[in-house]
Design a protein around this ligand. Structure first.
Ligand code: FES
Length: 174
């Protein structure tokens, strides 16, 4: 599996945001699929996160303006859902499942292994900006526990040895 690194736009580039033509077209195509602009808010935010790597206050304002929404409503939605990133992420965001099936199949040990291996706690990133570690609830792949999601990809039936090999591959690619 080849997990693509997240390429995020620096904060200084996202103070005042104007969507480029490619993103604007994706937004326009998305809006056609929903009865109201408000109903398209979540998918439009996903498009923005895909484009910029995260959602800055400037991106929130641009989305609010594009959809004719109140900026406070957009901010409320972004900050409610933990899957929206409100700061530039590391290249690889690791989400370790800590719910029951994974916990019973070695997830707890895997999580401890990762904190030691990366030298960071949950919610923290390595100093080189390569990895970021989070503990999350069920990722919906309980049948192949324990599971770690890295960016958009699932790594299933993980062991400390297997995750070490994955991290090595991702580090080599960086
Ligand atoms: S409990 Fe870990 S994926 Fe469901």
């Amino acid at each position: 599996m080849t997990t693509r690194p997240i390429v995020s736009e620096p904060a200084e580039n996202l103070c005042e945001v104007t969507f480029d033509s490619k993103l604007e077209k994706r937004i326009a195509d998305t809006l056609k699929q929903y009865p109201t602009p408000r109903a398209a808010l979540l998918p439009v935010l996903w498009l923005c996160q895909d484009r910029y790597g995260w959602i800055s206050p400037g991106v929130m304002r641009a989305v609010a303006q594009r959809l004719g929404e109140n900026p406070a409503h957009v901010e409320g939605v972004v900050t409610f859902y933990t899957m929206f990133r409100t700061r530039p992420p590391a290249s690889y965001v690791l989400q370790v499942c800590r719910t029951l099936s994974c916990a019973m199949c070695g997830g707890k040990e895997l999580a401890e292994h990762l904190t030691t291996k990366l030298g960071v706690g949950f919610g923290e990133r390595t100093p080189d900006g390569l990895f970021e570690l989070h503990a999350v609830e069920c990722l919906g792949a309980c049948g192949s526990a324990p599971v770690v999601q890295i960016n958009d990809d699932y790594y299933e039936s993980m062991t400390p040895e297997k995750i070490d090999a994955v991290l090595e591959t991702l580090t080599r690619k960086a």
